[in-house]
Structure formats: structure tokens, C-alpha cells
Design a protein around this ligand. Structure first.
Ligand SMILES: O=P(O)(O)OC[C@H]1O[C@@H](O)[C@H](O)[C@@H](O)[C@@H]1O
Length: 301
């Protein structure tokens, strides 16, 4: 659908319109509570700013806006696998959802003053070449005092089950990685990076990150709310979730960042990822007709 058609069908005055930005079409939400930008490429939230607050999400100043390349920042959707493909490492990391252009299927001005926009992705010859299943996925984004993002997917195959791992891979904008701490993970077991067993336990009440080396903790059995406290900006970001038992905290640190073309060498200072994930034993097995939803709810406390 062209940008004009999208506006004719789905724009709502005082809530939402569609523009072209960096070569992709984006939904621009601006209501009395907040502003947000969501690209149709990847159905990726790229900006969320509640009234009177600084930007909550981080986007790399070196993002590559090209079809076939993931956009670094905001909330990439990882689906139908999280991380490297379990069978074939040549397939795109974190799946194809963030590399696909989604359709807009609904917009709504809610009585609360919030705005909702819903995107949809279905299997196509492109997705079947990477993953031989039929599915429908929807991404609902509700923009208000909080940002609520829900990925829901259904197995539309007639006769085969499938297994999914996924993530709502949020990048949070922080004053400096050295200024922040994260609460809500104390006592949890975690895989450190790609290790085979979750042999670590977080004993500290609060997680602080030493920015020289990469931090890549995959917490299991975790469904609690995390709070990112930013001492210099004097703000706390709450990260709640539903439908997810794994939380990943990731920052590439100084050394890994230098190997990444789409983040400036000092870019790792400006963000931390706190991700709602289904993976490991929390991967989702769906029989034909079954669905699963995963939600992240982000707000300034
Ligand atoms: O560079 P990508 O594919 O967007 O992935 C970024 C990171 O995403 C995190 O979720 C993973 O735990 C890391 O291992 C990975 O490096």
C-alpha cells in the first residue's frame, strides 16, 4: 500500500499519520500522552517519547537503512528464532521478522487517549525459503504514558507443529552505560553468552555493567519487572513483560563494538538492551491453530 493509501485508510487526526523516513514508510504517532515512530520495515518501534521526557529508546547514529539489513536500535522483533538459526548459521540472525516489511491492518484512537497500531506478517515465498511453515504474526503497539508492544503469532499450518524462539529486543537510551544499574534480576540463573548451561547465578541485588567487555546475560525463569536506574539523568525506566520467561541483558562493550559497522566506536556507552525473550526451555511449540503472545511494557517510573 502506498503512503497516500495508508494515510487515507489509517491516519487519525491527533493520533497517527504515515510518512517516508530513511527510505522506509513509518507510522508517526503523536497524541496528548507521547510520540512514537514505528517503521513498517520490521514493524520496528524506533522512537518513544512520553510527554515531557527524553527519548526512551536508542537508535544508532550509524544505522543502515537498507532492505535485507537489520536496523540497529529501537525494538527489533526477533522471530521465528532468537540469535543464530539453530540448524543453519548462514540464515539471518534473529530470524526474518526484522528484515520483512509488515502490513498495517488496524489503527485506533483509544478512549484513554492512547493510540494503537497493529501490523501483520504472514508466510510468503521469502519466509518459506528460510522456515517452511505457515504462520500469521501480528504486532500491536499501544502508545501512551507507557509503550505496550505485543507480538502474537499463530500456527496456520494444517498438519505440522513448529517451534519458535523470539524476542522484543529493546534498546534503551541511557546517559552512559557506566551510570546505570538494573534491578529485578537478583537470584536468577543465567547463561553467560553462548555457553551451553546456565551455570551462573546473579548474587548481586543490582546489576551494573563494566563497559570494556561485552555483557550478554540470558536469565532463565524470569518474568519479573526490571528497572533501569539512570543516575545522571535522574530517571527510572520500568520494563514489564508477559508471555516470556527469559530476559536478556546485552551491551557489546568497547571491544565488540569496534567489530560492528553500525555502531560508532563509543556508541556502546549510550544504550543497554533489556529484552523479553522466549528461548531455551521457554521456546514455544505450537500445534496447528495454536497461538502465543509476548508483550513488553515500557514506561518512565
Ligand atoms: O547484531 P544482532 O544480530 O542484532 O544481535 C545483537 C545481540 O543481540 C542479543 O540479544 C544477543 O544476546 C547477542 O548475542 C547479539 O550480539
Amino acid at each position: 500500500m502506498s503512503t497516500n493509501e495508508l494515510n487515507q485508510r489509517y491516519a487519525i487526526e491527533g493520533h497517527i499519520e504515515f510518512n517516508e523516513e530513511n527510505g522506509f514508510v513509518a507510522a508517526k504517532v503523536a497524541n496528548s500522552l507521547a510520540r512514537a515512530t514505528i517503521s513498517l520495515y520490521g514493524a520496528q518501534v524506533q522512537s518513544y517519547q512520553p510527554k515531557g521526557q527524553k527519548e526512551v529508546l536508542w537508535m544508532s547514529p550509524q544505522c543502515v537503512f537498507e532492505k535485507g539489513t537489520p536496523i540497529r536500535g529501537g525494538i527489533p522483533i526477533c522471530f521465528p528464532w532468537f540469535g543464530p538459526n539453530p540448524e543453519d548459521g548462514s540464515k539471518p540472525a534473529h530470524g526474518f521478522a526484522r528484515l520483512s516489511t509488515w502490513d498495517v491492518v488496524k489503527t485506533a484512537a483509544l478512549p484513554s487517549g492512547e493510540t494503537e497500531v497493529v501490523f501483520e506478517l504472514k508466510n510468503s515465498s521469502y519466509t518459506e525459503g528460510l522456515w517452511p511453515f505457515s504462520f500469521t504474526a501480528s504486532l500491536s503497539v499501544v502508545v501512551g504514558k507507557k509503550l505496550e508492544v505485543t507480538l502474537c503469532y499463530t500456527n496456520t499450518d494444517n498438519d505440522q507443529s513448529f517451534t519458535v524462539s523470539d524476542a522484543l529486543h529493546s534498546y534503551f537510551n541511557v546517559s552512559d552505560i557506566d551510570n546505570i544499574s538494573i534491578d529485578g534480576l537478583s537470584g536468577c540463573r543465567y547463561y553467560n553468552g553462548f555457553e551451553k548451561e546456565p551455570t551462573h547465578v546473579q548474587n548481586e541485588a543490582t546489576l551494573t555493567i563494566t563497559s570494556t567487555s561485552e555483557e550478554n546475560r540470558r536469565y532463565i525463569g524470569h518474568s519479573a519487572t526490571c528497572t533501569i536506574t539512570d543516575a545522571a539523568w535522574n530517571r527510572k525506566i520500568g520494563v514489564e513483560k508477559r508471555g516470556s520467561e527469559v530476559t536478556v541483558v546485552w551491551n557489546p562493550g568497547e571491544v565488540t563494538t569496534k567489530t560492528m559497522g553500525d555502531i560508532p566506536n563509543d556508541g556502546y556507552h549510550s544504550f543497554v538492551c533489556v529484552e523479553a525473550v522466549n528461548a531455551y526451555s521457554d521456546s514455544v511449540v505450537l500445534q496447528p491453530g495454536q497461538s502465543h503472545s509476548i508483550t513488553t511494557i515500557i514506561g518512565i517510573l
